[in-house]
Design a protein around this ligand. Structure first.
Ligand code: ADP
Ligand code: MG
Length: 303
């Protein structure tokens, strides 16, 4: 577990970026409490986490451990109750950060292309360039031909591609993705994993990615950060040993299976803990937990 500030600010060596990449996001002692109907809920931390420039960091942990809370803190949508967040942004992109959530968050009253253009125009990208960039990203996400379609006429997977295209089109320095594929079926999930793998390898973006799927973390991530049950603190911070560029074929290696088993071993105790708590408090949320995490540890995810 990473507890000292000193240790947290050392980005572990990353083969993609030389021995020590520059820190992009530094969280020190971050905590967050909420006021719930039964009093104060300690949702997160204290957590120390440093993410280096160009790193793809995956965050896993049992449901309700504070992953989305941490994402919202990093995005600046909510403030931590204590601790501090340091961002080293250098204005190299059109936007410092963009986010993708599992519920798409696209405007149903705008066409596919307009959804992307509007994100660029609010960031002062001239109209002509916004149109070109929107076209380029739609094509990269396999959505050419759907520019003038409204989201209501698209499948869930296509809507999610629109959301991802929009998040990437602004060329953010930091991309935050909170279970972006959770609502998709296994095949679509696998396709989008492959696309994201290719895109991020080409563009070398700094990404913080939350998922319930251990397979996804190993396939996509440079590092996997495992959180404990609520209030989530760091349980493990593992470097994924597979070199880049990677292909989805790494799933079939013994090393992949070994790492997945190791991560699941760590996570299982926390899931059991969360489930026990949920059962004792009569909360139904414990039931969804196994299913959610099961996606990532079983073969069924492969589609
Ligand atoms: P995760 O994304 O890991 O599932 P969250 O960050 O969404 O977890 O939530 C962490 C804990 O904080 C949960 O117990 C959740 O019920 C609680 N929580 C989250 N948001 C709020 C809120 N706005 N008000 C009260 N409690 C909240
Ligand atoms: Mg969440």
């Amino acid at each position: 577990m990473t507890t000292s500030t000193e240790k947290s600010e050392q980005v572990p060596p990353n083969p993609r970026h030389g021995p020590r990449c520059r820190p992009k996001i530094i969280g020190r002692g971050l905590t967050r409490e909420y006021l719930g109907p039964q009093g104060i809920v300690e949702a997160l931390g204290p957590i120390d986490l440093t993410i280096g420039e160009g790193e793809f960091v995956c965050l896993v942990g049992p449901s309700g451990c504070g992953k989305s809370t941490l994402m919202r803190i990093v995005a600046g949508l909510i403030a931590p109750s204590s601790g501090e967040l340091e961002l080293h942004l250098d204005n190299s992109g059109t936007a410092p950060m963009s986010m993708v959530f599992q519920d798409y968050g696209i405007f149903p009253w705008k066409t596919v292309e307009a959804n992307i253009r509007v994100a660029l125009q609010v960031r002062k990208v001239p109209r002509k360039e916004a149109r070109e960039r929107a076209q380029m990203w739609l094509s990269r996400m396999g959505l050419q031909g759907f520019e003038d379609v409204y989201p209501g006429a698209l499948s869930g997977g296509m809507r999610q591609r629109v959301a991802i295209a929009r998040a990437l089109a602004v060329e953010p320095e930091v991309l935050l993705m909170d279970e972006p594929f959770a609502a998709l079926d296994a095949q679509m999930r696998q396709l989008l994993q492959e696309e994201l793998l290719t895109l991020c390898q080409e563009d070398n973006r700094t990404v913080l990615f939350v998922t319930h799927s251990l397979e996804e973390t190993i396939l996509l991530g440079d590092r996997v950060v495992v959180m404990t049950a609520r209030p989530g603190v760091l349980l493990d911070d593992k470097r994924v040993p597979f070199p880049r560029p990677r292909s989805t074929g790494i799933r079939d290696t013994a090393e992949f299976a070994g790492l997945r088993a190791e991560l699941w071993d760590h996570l299982r105790s926390q899931v059991d803990l969360t489930q026990g708590l949920a059962e004792r408090s009569g909360s139904p949320s414990g039931r969804g937990l196994d299913k959610d995490l099961g996606i990532g540890v079983g073969k069924e995810e492969r589609g």
